[in-house]
Write a new protein. Structure first.
Length: 160
């Protein structure tokens, strides 16, 4: 048996506290995480992805302007192209911010978008005979993939 005579007395709880339970105590403050800054290769990759996001945003505005001022063959298809360009710009912009913060979720969407952009660059450069558009896309895609595959980049994402 325990002897409760020497234990400090608890304050008397009200009816509401006894029926529904008392409010929770204040949580302890969150510890500060001392994250190291992103390595240079990750910062450069974030910059390149930000350039891609800006290019998609400009492309979306150009497509919107052409859709509104021109006579598109299919209005719904033209609007869908604008929406896809805005969506790509948004995803790449968010991923660029995530890369600069070395967030683990950001690397996957960036690599997936680079694969799609690489296919588009190859198609533009070789099949469509537009090397002035396709080759810069391929150079940007190659640089982003190289920067994310660098050892310091991989280690930065593994440490997080």
């Amino acid at each position: 048996m325990t002897d409760d005579r020497n234990a400090p007395s608890q304050p008397r709880r009200g009816l509401a506290d006894r029926l529904f339970g008392a409010a929770a105590a204040e949580p302890a403050p969150r510890p500060e995480h001392g994250h190291a800054p992103a390595p240079p290769s990750v910062r450069r990759a974030a910059l390149a992805v930000g350039v891609e996001a800006a290019a998609f945003a400009v492309g979306a505005f150009v497509l919107l302007y052409l859709t509104l001022t021109g006579d598109p063959e299919s209005t719904s298809r033209a609007v869908a192209e604008v929406v896809l360009a805005v969506l790509a710009a948004t995803v790449l912009g968010a991923a660029a911010v995530g890369l600069s913060r070395v967030s683990g979720w950001a690397r996957g969407p960036v690599i997936a978008m680079q694969l799609f952009l690489g296919l588009a660059g190859v198609t533009l450069a070789f099949s469509a005979q537009l090397p002035l558009i396709g080759l810069p896309i391929l150079a940007l895609v190659g640089s982003v993939l190289y920067l994310l595959a660098a050892p310091e980049s991989r280690l930065a994402f593994e440490d997080r």
